[in-house]
Ligand binder design. Sequence first.
Ligand code: FES
Length: 108
Amino acid sequence: MNWARACFASDLEDDKPFSVEVGDELVAIVQHEGELFAIRDQCSHGRVMLSLGEVVDCTIECFAHGSRFDLRTGEALDLPATQPVPVYPVKVEGDDVLVDLANPISTN
Ligand code: FES
């Protein structure tokens, strides 16, 4: 594992995606129903930040054309997006939220 600090846990509010640059990548950290998720902060359909969309039922919706992505797997649940978005392991240590961009969660 290759954990990198993303933000403070105290930065996060339920269902309010927090966009942060980790290394070269923009990641949306999402706190939803007591769980944390980390998803690349870019829709697979266009250059749109997913963190600007709504979080509902463990999904995040792209505000541009409405595709929803599963926060657990990154799977695209609605057209027009057809490709998944990478999701990453995330954990809290003290008040630090850590993500592991080197080991995306596999959906296989
Ligand atoms: S840019 Fe996200 S669904 Fe089109």
